[in-house]
Design a protein around this ligand. Structure first.
Ligand code: ADP
Length: 151
């Protein structure tokens, strides 16, 4: 059984995240979308809300479950029996950062592979941080988030 973790902050979930999960589906038997909880950074939206929005977004996909975790992503992978980590790549800056994280993760646990999917061009400009900024100042974020959810 091929199990993958799609880790992130999902603060909030965007069309970019939704697209990555749906495109990754044929590659794995099960995908666990997982919010990494950082004790030092509480984030913008509450974890409970972020979990709820993720659950609603993927409610039509029985192969997808939603969790949150503390600590290292590779430790959470081991706990869930996942051998793959999914990450999306938008820009070369994403690539430089993700390469380091993936290479460190490989040093920590050699048998967990990170799999990268390129963002669809129409979603390259969508980042959770920009969506938060628009939300904070009262702008409409509907066009950046999955249709099923309302924030
Ligand atoms: P993190 O704080 O770990 O980067 P995010 O929630 O911002 O968490 O992103 C989680 C994953 O989703 C990352 O792999 C990121 O590259 C990917 N991602 C974010 N935005 C997009 C997008 N617009 N298109 C495709 N992938 C994206």
């Amino acid at each position: 059984m091929k199990i993958a973790i799609f880790p992130g902050s999902f603060d909030p979930v965007t069309l970019g995240h939704d697209s990555i999960v749906r495109r990754a589906l044929p590659l794995f038997d099960k995908i666990i979308v997982a919010i990494g909880v950082n004790a030092e950074k509480s984030g913008y939206f509450a974890i409970e809300k972020r979990l709820d929005w993720l659950k609603q977004t993927f409610s039509d996909l029985p192969q997808v479950s939603v969790e949150s975790y503390n600590g290292l992503t590779v430790d959470f992978c081991k706990k869930m029996n996942a051998s793959y980590i999914i990450r999306g790549l938008r820009t070369s800056a994403d690539f430089e950062f993700e390469r380091s994280v993936a290479q460190v993760n490989l040093k920590l646990v050699p048998d967990i592979e990170t799999v990268f999917l390129l963002t669809l061009p129409e979603y390259v400009m969508i980042t959770s941080s920009i969506v938060r900024e628009v939300h904070k100042h009262g702008g409409h974020i509907g066009q950046f988030i999955p249709e099923k959810i309302s924030i």
